[in-house]
Design a protein around this ligand. Structure first.
Ligand code: G3H
Length: 539
């Protein structure tokens, strides 16, 4: 074993005292109808990607367990959410905007108190570095603040009557019903909350099932959910997807399906809904975002962006750069620089200072990546960096692969991990062809300075992907920007403002603009007789 690998995992006594998990956290609680219930059935063990070095042995850290609920409990959660919605007449969907905002604000204050606990669990459960875990928590809080701001603005824009072709009308956004929210393991807090919070604030009721990994970290927030939302408005369930979520979809009583994961998973679940026309889906799925590096690109910038783009959180971002097209004239120089930068990335435990590379949470992932690298080698690629592709337990050292071609799996399969495939091209058309023929359509990054050439590429991609990045890596943020994708990459658009739209529908009250109707409308507004028809302005 190389010295590099030998240094990745540490002994128990090297872990800072306040970050240790001395006893596994046995979670038996789940939330239904405002009540923390206790589960007495089977539990799902939570194994950390962190292994503890004990002499020459490595022991995978067991950090706890979560309830393995069955379809019975998940259907109870659905019942609670459906009752709270009460076919649109429930207390939550009919509450004033101000009141729903107050609940979310109180929840946010309670959530902020749990920062340390959640950050610690993010590190242990998914191996995210401390810095990135803190960023995930803070970004989520900011997202909630901005969502509140966005909702106020949306409401203000609706606080007026419009007159058109002899009609007067008021248009407002109202909730859709019962939402099922499921997030991914790479952003188990942030991405989940980017659907959960807008769903709630718009007046929907929610069944929330945490991601496959990154489950325990929701536990510190359960009381905040229970105490700050009325019973049944938010219900949190745990267990295997097919058993719990499948049962929910089969009832046909889910109105909105918010899911961040694989397109296969989304398809399988959507198909279970008996009335697909009544199911609104908002999906964030797979991607294979390419970077295209042109001959006149600022190479230092391109390398630095490609490094963070393909290797931050070990490449486990849906927006990561997953294949690099580099012009033949600069490919050798770029690889040299890239390899030099990869070498600077520190592999270690998530809480170590300046760490970049950490163990991977998915069981079997290391083997999957090893097979991708072997397959590429078999078809002519070389690992260009020292230690590239070396692995130990759950840790996989980044492999820079070159030259990559279409016979290799890595050419079209999403690696979602630390493998950086590089293809050299002569004609820009080669990169365009790749994007056009790809099953994915999330983003692309172009690096170059010749405006004409860049513009030509941009125009070639505008009908292929959701975002074209110039001289920067692909990414979701800022969260006010629309985040979406085409083909197998997404359904619908998320952003602070878009999410509020996705979880709502416009309803209109309209009447002919005559004296009698004007009088009725004016009475309703002046006497505050309707919650919907109102010109109240939220500050
Ligand atoms: O995993 C996909 C995330 O939406 C990516 O977000 O670009 O901010 O890392 P990010």
């Amino acid at each position: 074993m190389s010295q590099l690998l030998a240094n990745v995992f540490h002994s128990e006594d090297s872990i800072p005292e306040h970050l240790k998990i001395s006893h596994p956290i046995e979670q038996r609680e789940y939330l239904i109808n405002g009540e923390l219930k206790t589960w007495n059935g089977n539990l799902n063990p939570v194994l950390s990607p962190v292994f503890i070095k004990d002499g020459n042995n490595y022991v995978q850290k067991n950090i706890g367990s979560t309830p393995l609920l069955t379809s019975k409990e998940s259907l109870e959660a659905l019942e609670a959410a459906a009752n709270a919605y009460d076919l649109g007449h429930g207390d939550w969907p009919t509450r004033s905007v101000v009141s729903r905002i107050e609940h979310v604000e109180k929840f946010l204050s309670a959530m902020r108190l749990k920062r340390q606990e959640v950050v610690k669990l993010l590190m242990w459960e998914i191996g995210k570095t401390q810095k990135d875990s803190e960023k995930e928590f803070d970004r989520t809080c900011d997202y909630i603040v901005d969502t509140i701001k966005g909702y106020k603005e949306l409401d203000r824009n609706s606080a007026k009557l419009i007159e058109e072709q002899g009609f007067m009308a008021q248009i407002r956004r109202v909730p859709l019903g019962v939402s099922l929210c499921m997030g991914p393991y790479n952003y188990p807090l942030n991405e989940t909350f980017t659907t959960l919070i807008p769903a709630l604030i718009m007046g929907n009721t929610v069944v929330f099932k945490p991601a496959k990994y990154g489950v325990l970290l929701i536990r510190p927030l359960i009381e905040a959910f229970r105490d700050n939302f009325p019973p049944g408005v938010i219900n949190i369930i745990y267990g295997r997807g097919r058993e719990t979520v499948g049962a929910l979809m089969e009832t046909g009583r889910i109105d909105v399906f918010a899911f961040i994961g694989t397109n296969k998973g989304a398809n399988d679940l959507k198909k279970l809904h008996p009335k697909s026309h009544r199911l609104k889906a908002i999906l964030g799925l797979d991607a294979k975002n390419p970077a295209i590096v042109l001959p006149d690109a600022d190479l230092d910038n391109a390398v630095s962006e490609c490094i963070t783009g393909s290797l931050s959180f070990n490449g486990q971002r849906c927006t990561a750069l997953k294949i690099l097209f580099v012009h033949k004239s600069i490919v050798d120089e770029l690889i040299q620089k890239l390899v030099r930068e990869v070498k600077k990335l520190k592999p270690s435990m998530p809480w170590e200072e300046d760490v970049s590379l950490t163990p991977l949470p998915e069981p079997g992932k290391v083997e999957f990546l090893r097979d991708l690298v072997e397959d590429a080698k078999l078809h002519g690629a070389k690992v260009m960096n020292e230690h590239g592709g070396e692995f130990l337990n759950s840790f996989f050292y980044p492999a820079v692969l070159y030259p990559v071609n279409e016979k290799m799996k890595i050419y079209s399969e999403e690696q979602f991990g630390p493998v950086v495939p590089i293809i050299s091209f002569e004609e820009d058309e080669e990169a365009i062809e790749y994007v056009v023929n790809s099953n994915f359509g999330q983003q692309v990054s172009i690096f170059g300075s010749d405006s004409k050439r860049v513009a030509k590429l941009m125009d070639a991609f505008v009908n292929q992907v959701g975002r074209i990045n110039l001289n920067t890596q692909s990414q979701r943020g800022p969260d006010t920007f629309p985040f979406n994708g085409r083909k197998d990459s997404a359904e619908g658009t998320l952003s602070i403002a878009d999410a509020l739209r996705v979880f709502s529908i416009r309803t209109i009250v309209a009447t002919r603009n005559n004296d009698g109707n004007k009088q009725i409308i004016s009475n309703i507004i002046r006497n505050r007789e309707s919650a919907f028809l109102s010109t109240d302005y939220i500050f």
